[in-house]
Design a protein around this ligand. Structure first.
Ligand code: ARG
Length: 352
């Protein structure tokens, strides 16, 4: 793919930003500043510095989505496979769904997260140190006032020494500085300042503060009871939403730093052990595609699959409700488990 003359995208880049940022669009948008002072040049820096970007653009505040709409909208419509007339679909109701793997023969753990940002602050790549601290203060106040059954503790990374931080990391209770894509977008700036994690007393809910998004609200638990994980997540989202003003647009849904996350901003997935389907990846890919799911590596985005443990999650976030995402995941996992079970039994008892 060749870049438009004049735009500094690498010849090898296949990013969406390179595909959709025509020279005319660039010239029309390059002087624009959002209310928090964010420019198109800042938004696309990561895509320019990282030719292997898939998308290559980040929003610097909620207004970026309107200011840079001529380039962001086609990217969003392409990435999320949207039909004309698309719109965010609300729908965040607790569900009853059977546990697909009560004996935990396949599903190791279930994890659902949503990203949320506070409308009145610039987004993560565009924050000053004071703004990060102010955001942390606002969110800490909300954590302190949660209903009893959701309550927990907040740990600021700046309050920890290296040993304590690594102990948390090992338990999956901290997050590191982000990758080079986030780095070029300014998201890692001043790390670990203002960063931290809230953990609920039962350990199911975690909230990352000041990572790629202001908040990543996460519910996770061993095993495959995704309905229970989803219901716990909803309670937390609602409780925090009562206290904080989330960046939201009726058409685009919840607004996030990366345009891949807007809409429900939800990723619902499992770690699942598929020793047989690993030998038949094209079959696994067909099932996941049919159920609108995606496969990631064991360690998450841009990592490899290790020891046949796949990370399988929803591929769609915008244009369908969170409840539909969960239904797709449940149906898809049922099909995957059936296929894996069938090929395990073909190998005969004790052999698979
Ligand atoms: N900016 C990176 C790219 O374009 C990541 C995109 C999606 N991932 C994310 N964590 N937002 O490939």
């Amino acid at each position: 793919m060749t870049a438009e003359p004049g735009l500094p995208f690498h010849v090898t880049s296949c990013s969406k930003i390179k595909q959709y940022l025509t020279l005319k669009r660039y010239n029309d948008l390059k002087e624009i500043r959002t209310p928090s002072g964010y420019s198109l040049d800042q938004a696309i820096r990561s895509g320019i510095e990282n030719p292997d970007s898939n998308i290559g653009i980040y929003a610097g505040d909620m207004e970026s989505y309107d200011c840079f709409a001529p380039v962001l909208l086609p990217i969003i419509e392409d990435y999320h496979h949207l039909d004309p007339g698309w719109s965010h679909k609300p729908g965040l109701q607790e569900v009853v769904l059977p546990d697909l793997d009560p004996e935990q023969r396949f599903i190791r753990s279930s994890r659902i997260r949503v990203a949320r940002n506070l409308g009145k602050f610039p987004f993560s790549g565009n924050m000053t140190p004071d703004q990060r601290l102010e955001l942390e203060k606002t969110v800490k106040h909300a954590f302190r006032n949660l209903p009893e059954k959701l309550s927990g503790t907040y740990t600021a990374f700046t309050d920890l020494n290296e040993k304590q931080f690594h102990a948390l990391l090992k338990k999956g209770l901290a997050f590191r500085k982000g990758d080079r894509f986030m780095d070029a977008a300014g998201i890692n700036r001043d790390y670990p300042l203002g960063r931290g994690i809230f953990t609920s007393r039962d350990n199911i809910i975690r909230v990352w503060v000041n990572e790629e998004d202001h908040l990543r609200i996460i519910a996770q638990s061993p095993g495959g009871d995704i309905a229970n994980v989803f219901n716990r997540l909803i309670q937390m989202i609602k409780a925090l939403g009562d206290k904080l003003d989330f960046a939201f647009d009726p058409k685009k849904g919840f607004l996030t730093t990366c345009p891949t996350n807007i809409g429900t901003a939800m990723r619902a997935g499992v770690h699942i052990h598929l020793e047989k389907l690993e030998q038949n990846l094209s079959f696994l890919e067909t099932i996941t595609r049919d159920h609108h799911l995606q496969i990631r590596g064991t360690g998450g985005e841009k990592t490899a699959v290790e020891k046949a443990v796949f990370d399988i999650s929803n591929a769609r976030r915008l244009g369908i409700s969170a409840n539909t995402i969960l239904k797709d995941l449940h149906g898809g996992l049922q099909a995957i488990i059936q296929a894996e079970q069938k090929s395990r039994s073909f190998s005969g008892p004790g052999l698979g």
